[in-house]
Design a binder for this molecule. Structure first.
Ligand code: C2E
Ligand code: MG
Ligand code: MG
Length: 564
């Protein structure tokens, strides 16, 4: 066993050597007289144990321990302190500094010293094990196990630290949050293993776009974050993030599957947007949300008005919950007429929301209700009330009127929807042929398998199905053939400019095509006599628009159209 003795007293050194030679071990000794010499000796050779005197003239033993522990924790060396001082505090100080044992020189016997050396070695090994497992636990606590990147916890710590330690120069810090677009689809289509591999590949690619001192973290799921510090201008942040979007452009090949992936990035800037870490995170999140809304694969910087809009949206979302029970919704009805006879055929139910003292139109809340899925409850409220109203209006009529009800694509995910509609028609004794359910083409695109299934079920129970807003989206003929559609509603945006030659030609073409497919046509947005005449000329069976009547509440409908 190789022993380094560091002691300024030659008599003590000789005593130690003599004592140890009495034991059965094979010792080799290197002796030094001071801390500095000891450090030099330690650097040139591996020792198993250092026997270290506490009191030496220039620097004491504890200083040597501190220097050694700073240089290398990995080199295996146990330290036994030797001293003449009986002070118990001193022994504790030595152990705290990193010695494994402490012996009084007066008590040194061969067996004691031998035991101290051997026990110190074991203790040292245990300490090392503990240290390594601490390091591992720390890594687990601070890193994301899938990608090896920093996790949310250490990211937030790092963000806080970089803000508090920021020099008072003019440099800026950018916090970029990014989220993979439609990542859920990858998991749903290819399974979680492929999803996980994709996340790993994405993080590897993005790492290549960053410098070593730029912190890159996975916050969870498909959400990542980057801190770019010491930026001279905001443009630097744009450049880095553009690089990130570009590096994701090349398709990923995971287990032989080609995957196209993009990301939406939101950026908040310190100190421009905020001086606080939490607020920066919130703002970057809002900007990311905006980037997604702008059509994904985008970079979006936080702007003051976003916060305002975000709050407003949040308020709407929160207040929509339970709004039906609080009777805040009302239905307005827009009459639909036979284009030739001008007879009233029925109505389209259009929802309004009484909120904060005024009536809100669906464009301001339906998409929010869709995101949070409250649309399912709201939709049921609409269905029940529209059917109940129709039943009441038809009670004294010879010729029954119809009711068109708008359905959101989210409602098609409600497995109980068809049953609910059926129950409502039975409850209010309304024939299914009088109920027309309106769906937009984008709804069909987004969820086509499920949509076809639900539409077929609805069609089978006898309801009519209308394709709403036709002429604005894809207007695909295949949709008209593949879905059980009875009626197509030509969108108001076309009818409003039907005097323009190009649009006129388009409407004529559409009408001819729809007729040839045997579909019934409704024109919406009839605002003047000219467009109404056009509908008559083109054999468009039903008409709806401000020229004929705006959507109005049930009292007004009764007064204007049902009083006779
Ligand atoms: P939509 O189904 O295409 O309804 C027609 C919209 O055009 C209505 O707007 C109506 O007020 C408006 N409109 C009718 N005639 C004219 C006209 O001559 N000129 C102009 N410029 N506009 C006209 P509204 O009530 O604001 O509804 C907007 C959209 O909100 C509806 O479009 C529909 O997609 C959706 N929506 C309305 N009620 C509901 C509902 O209960 N559930 C769901 N999921 N969506 C609804
Ligand atoms: Mg509609
Ligand atoms: Mg429409």
């Amino acid at each position: 066993m190789d022993i380094l003795i560091v002691d300024d007293d030659i008599v003590d050194r000789e005593h130690i050597k003599r004592t140890l030679r009495k034991t059965n071990h094979n010792w080799t000794f290197v002796e030094t007289e001071s801390v500095d010499e000891g450090l030099v000796a330690f650097a040139s050779k591996n020792f198993d144990v250092i026997l270290l005197d506490y009191r030496m003239p220039k620097r004491d033993g504890i200083e040597l321990i501190l220097e050694l522990r700073n240089i290398s924790l990995v080199r295996n060396v146990a330290i036994v302190m030797l001293s003449n001082s009986e002070e118990s505090a001193l022994a504790l100080d030595c152990i705290k500094a990193g010695a494994q044992d402490f012996l009084l020189k007066s008590e040194v016997t061969s067996s004691r010293l031998e035991r101290a050396i051997l026990q110190s070695q074991t203790r040292f090994e245990l300490e090392q094990k503990l240290y390594r497992s601490y390091q591992e636990a720390k890594k687990l606590a601070e890193h994301d196990s899938l990608t090896g990147l920093a996790n949310r916890y250490s990211f937030e710590e790092a963000l806080r630290l970089s803000i508090t330690q920021k020099p008072r120069d003019k440099s800026k810090l950018a916090l970029a949050l990014f989220d993979l677009d439609n990542f859920k689809n990858i998991n749903d289509t290819h399974g979680h293993d492929i999803g996980d591999e994709l996340l790993k590949s994405v993080s590897k690619r993005v790492c290549l776009c960053l410098r070593e001192n730029e912190l890159f973290a996975r916050l969870g799921g498909d959400e990542f974050a980057i801190i770019l510090s010491n930026l001279r201008t905001v443009d630097n942040a744009t450049r880095v993030n553009k690089r990130i979007l570009a590096c994701l452009e090349k398709p990923f090949i995971i287990s032989g599957i080609e995957i196209i992936m993009s990301a939406s990035i939101g950026i908040a800037i310190y100190p421009d947007n905020s001086l606080g870490a939490n607020e920066l995170l919130k703002y970057a999140d809002i900007a990311m949300y905006r980037a997604k809304k702008l059509g994904r694969n985008q970079i979006c910087f936080f702007e003051e008005d976003m916060q305002q809009q975000f709050l407003q949206r949040y308020q709407i979302e929160a207040n929509l919950v339970g709004a039906a029970e609080r009777n805040e919704f009302v239905l307005h009805y827009q009459p639909v007429f036979d284009t030739v006879s001008k007879d009233l055929l029925g109505f389209e139910a259009l929802i309004r929301w009484n909120f904060q003292g005024r009536l809100h139109f669906p464009d301001s809340f339906i998409s929010i209700a869709e995101c949070s899925h409250v649309i399912i409850d709201i939709g049921r409220w609409v269905i029940e009330n529209a059917i109940r109203q129709l039943s009441q209006w038809n009670r004294h009529k010879d010729k029954a009127l119809s009711m068109s009800i708008n359905l959101s694509v989210i409602q098609l995910t409600d497995k109980a929807l068809v049953g609910f509609i059926k129950t409502m028609m039975q409850k209010y004794d309304v024939a299914p042929q009088l109920i027309e359910l309106e769906l937009t083409e984008t709804a069909l695109l987004e969820n086509s398998d499920q949509a076809v299934e639900v539409m077929e079920l609805l069609s089978n129970i006898g309801c009519r199905i209308a394709l709403d807003d036709f002429g604005t989206g894809f207007s695909s003929v295949s949709h008209l053939q593949n879905f059980p559609i009875d009626t197509v509603k030509i969108d108001k945006s076309l009818m409003l400019v039907c005097h323009e030659a190009k649009t006129l030609a388009l409407i004529k073409g559409l009408a001819a095509m729809l007729h040839s497919l045997g579909l019934e046509i409704v024109a919406e947005g009839i605002e003047d006599e000219n467009s109404f005449t056009l509908c008559q000329e083109l054999n468009i069976q039903r008409s709806q628009g401000y020229y004929l009547s705006k959507p109005i509440d049930s009292d007004a409908i009764e007064k204007r159209f049902l009083s006779s």
